[in-house]
Design a protein around this ligand. Sequence first.
Ligand SMILES: [Zn+2]
Length: 266
Amino acid sequence: MFGKNWGIHPKIIIRLYTAVVRPIITYGALVWWPALTRAYNVQKLTRIQRSACAGATGGLRSCPAAALNAILNIIPIEHFIRNTAAQGADSERDKLSEDSRHTLHYMTTELRFGNTYTTIYPTREDWKRGRVTEADEVSLYTDGLKMSGGVGAGIYRKLEASKEWSTKVEHRRSKLCWPEFNRKRTAELISKSKKDIRRIAATITGHWPIGTQTCKMSLPYNPQCRSCKEPSEQETPEHLLCHCPALNKQRARHFGAHQLELEGSQ
Ligand SMILES: [Zn+2]
């Protein structure tokens, strides 16, 4: 159906995966989700999602699944299955309950006499910039509207997958360029041409056939930078993006500076 440079557009590949393939995989998750405790099962499921993500981005075989998930804003399959199972359980519980309102009466009561929360009044701008909730916090928000029998409230927590991605020790380069799951940024990326998506994803993940990466792909290997031909310079994504003197002009044209520093790089 698709190759690196031909076939259906990445946007359609992602839609097919999330709307057709993933629902098939997660069918009956409410019953079988405990199987996720076995790493072998998670690996098998991750491999299916990874092929869809790699197909959409034209990623190399070495490209890590976690980075592709973040770039395409597709949560890791094990998280998705757990969420689906939890939603299924919630729905079943509501069907059995006489009270049709979504109450939280299944929560256990625990008495805490210390003040374990803070009250803040965020502005619209704060919400837009994502400065309201930290990764490990749960926020309860309300507009104070009272109805008979209670006050409406919402619960907000940052996506577990995003938290996991931002705290990962591995994939430093990908995280510098793509620090969190971001729906808008993904939408902007996948609106581009197939070729551009492949180039951008390869640049972000650093998995393209240059320098040491070619060695991993069993291709002729030459670590020296082919652009500046400096014997001491290795052909790495950081070198090409930020420091290679042969690319100073292009860097100045696109980024406004001859040399760049990746924030957080050492
Ligand atoms: Zn160079």
